[in-house]
Design a protein around this ligand. Structure first.
Ligand code: FES
Length: 153
């Protein structure tokens, strides 16, 4: 039976929080993304391995809340098998949807996973001396404010 606190979270969020997938690091990664949430101090590092333009592996290390861990776990699952270009289309919204939603106050946590993925892909392009198509907002806090707003969907 779910506790009062657990009932705020979908079954999928709880599964990924209790049993996160792809925790750890990749030896010899193709790209690494490091991001932090300036509001809560949570940090996330995401590794990708790319072969022939396809992400064959992804791992993460997250020092953060349950929502941050669940979204990290889900995003690493979602990117595997996708081309780098396809992976760039993953947003915090798509990750959250795949998790069956997050409480509104925790939406900012999912921004971290999108930023970590974009940062890792950006690093992948930089390592190859290729122009990066990745657009990472400089101030991630703005993103948090965006999702902390009172605006209903
Ligand atoms: S409270 Fe910091 S990422 Fe969730």
């Amino acid at each position: 039976m779910k506790s009062e606190f657990q009932s705020q979270y979908s079954t999928k969020v709880m599964e990924h929080f209790m049993n996160p997938q792809n925790v750890g690091q990749i030896e010899d990664p193709s790209g690494v993304g490091d991001v932090g949430n300036p509001t809560c101090g949570d940090i996330m590092r995401l590794f990708i391995k790319v072969e022939d333009g396809v992400i064959t592996d992804a791992k993460f290390m997250t020092f953060g809340c349950g929502a941050a861990i669940a979204t990290s776990s889900m995003v690493t699952e979602m990117v595997k098998g996708k081309t780098v270009e396809e992976a760039l289309e993953i947003s915090n919204r798509t990750v959250t949807e795949a998790l069956g939603g997050l409480p509104k106050v925790k939406m900012h946590c999912s921004v971290l996973s999108e930023q970590a993925l974009k940062s890792a892909i950006n690093d992948y392009y930089e390592r190859q001396d290729k122009p990066s198509p990745v657009n990472i907002p400089e101030d991630e806090h703005e993103q948090c404010d965006l999702y902390d707003s009172d605006e209903e969907e």
